[in-house]
Design a protein around this ligand. Structure first.
Ligand SMILES: Nc1ncnc2c1ncn2[C@@H]1O[C@H](COP(=O)(O)OP(=O)(O)OP(=O)(O)O)[C@@H](O)[C@H]1O
Ligand SMILES: [Mg+2]
Length: 269
């Protein structure tokens, strides 16, 4: 789907985006929003070149909650996650992102990662030529250490069994587990999962669901993007639906599972 629009970036747009690290502290005290959401995004807009993709998305997530971010192919789900992780593409021109009272919108990707936002992309990015354990150790090297290796193995027994196997030789499901485990090896507050169930058998999907549940019990907050909306809703507390880069629904996950009209209109399930 092509939703390219050549709307010009508003003049005030980039005022607080792309500021330096030094500016971050000032932003924190200056414009901290009211309300007590653990994580919130407010009216974010983002572009790939001239293509206007994320068109004013706002959402809130409470601490320890799992939020499903749903929508058809091309709705802008991955782009929204990338904007939250502060990757350069799509370029966020307007809007605010707040994590535990800290302004994330002025940050670069490495700063957002240090602040505890960990994106597990769809392609999983396992490092070739390294074992499972080396992949995990490498994630611990970055500042802000997360779970210890032994703690990870308790939650991911399959990875423990394969600790000396090269990461890219794992099955698809095991690679997904490794990708999630690597995120946990860093200092994590918000886990962003982009299509974690893609290409996986139902039994493996259930295993990953159990892992995400146990991560939730440890107090970690998650946003999950999934084409398998039923599986994502089963796991989630609340859900939002994106369509053509705009939010069209916010509500409880169980309630959306029962809403045939919304499901047919936006999720094709
Ligand atoms: N690098 C890019 N350059 C230009 N346009 C892009 C780029 N990446 C994505 N788009 C466009 O942005 C829109 C939203 O894409 P996005 O990948 O965010 O959708 P999505 O909801 O994640 O879809 P899917 O369910 O297929 O993963 C689409 O129209 C897509 O073609
Ligand atoms: Mg996507």
């Amino acid at each position: 789907m092509n939703i390219a629009v050549t709307e010009k970036t508003p003049a005030t747009a980039a005022a607080n985006i792309g500021a330096t690290t030094a500016d971050t502290a000032a932003a924190n005290t200056a414009t901290k929003p009211a309300g007590d959401a653990f994580f919130s995004i407010r009216d974010i807009h983002a572009y790939y070149g001239e293509s206007y993709i994320v068109q004013g998305v706002s959402l809130e997530v409470r601490k320890g909650e799992i939020l499903a971010l749903l929508g058809r192919n091309g709705a802008g789900k991955t782009s929204t996650l990338r904007a939250i992780a502060r990757l350069d593409d799509p370029a966020m021109t307007r809007g605010e992102i707040w994590l535990e009272g800290q302004a994330v919108h002025p940050m670069k990707a490495f700063e957002a990662s240090r602040a505890g936002i960990q994106l597990v992309p769809e392609d999983r990015r396992i490092i070739p030529g390294m074992t499972v354990e080396e992949n995990l150790i490498l994630s611990q090297v970055s500042p802000g250490r997360g779970w210890e290796i032994e703690e990870i193995y308790e939650h991911f027994p399959r990875l423990a069994e394969r600790r000396l196997q090269e990461g890219i030789t794992l099955s698809g499901g095991e690679q997904q587990m490794l990708a999630v485990a690597r995120a946990l090896a860093r200092d994590i507050k918000l886990l962003l999962l982009d299509e974690p169930y893609e290409g996986l058998a139902p039994v493996i999907v259930q295993e990953i669901e159990r892992i995400v549940q146990s991560i939730k019990e440890r107090g970690i907050t998650t946003i999950i993007v999934e084409q398998n909306a039923v599986a994502a809703l089963r796991l989630s507390d609340r859900a939002v639906i994106l369509d053509s880069g705009e939010l069209v629904h916010t509500g409880g996950a169980a309630e959306l599972l029962e809403n045939t009209e919304l499901r047919e209109k936006y999720l094709a399930i």
